[in-house]
Design a protein around this ligand. Sequence first.
Ligand code: G3P
Length: 215
Amino acid sequence: MRLFLDTANIDEIRRAAAMGVISGVTTNPTLVAREGVDYRARVLEICDVVDGPISAECISTEADDIVAEARRVAAWHPNVVVKVPLTEPGLAAIRRLSAEGIRINTTLIFSANQALLAALAGAAYVSPFVGRLDDAGEDGMTVVSEAVRIFELFHLPTQVLAASIRSPRHVTQAALAGAHVATLPASVLFQMVRHSLTDAGIARFLADAATYSPV
Ligand code: G3P
């Protein structure tokens, strides 16, 4: 399983990248708007920090427009993966773009059937939004596990990227469900590192080590 960071904040990305456990980054228009920066410039900055798939989202809604925009976005950097929302025109665009070798992350996935459609269109990744489904009273992780199982059954090469992750527990559940990737807010990644017993253990070891000469 791989972990991506779900943010457009360059300081968070630098801090997470320094830990050596992040393989990629996902962004969306909301995350970029929060930073108040130019989308292309920020994606290029991220590409300098993380050498892996960097998702950048299309905002066009008609198939021809999505194709044209995705080609422009994909040309920003070889590591860019283009995010396309799951719609009828989106599927048509994904089919054309994947035939050109442009990697697509199909976003705003809320059912296993939507994930199947995106995989059949040739998407490299599908992104079920776990937290938003949970917020709506559904079980978001079920979509992740169903998509994983369907792709396994039919040998579909599309990877399941668990998105809209809200807690460390979601990450464990996504891993156990077989998700190929989970994309996390930085806060969740940093929470994963910490455990009160680890902190207490370090404090105890430091106190005990102070009683003898340093090595
Ligand atoms: O980037 C897509 C997804 O991870 C967004 O999550 O927290 O806005 O539901 P959230």
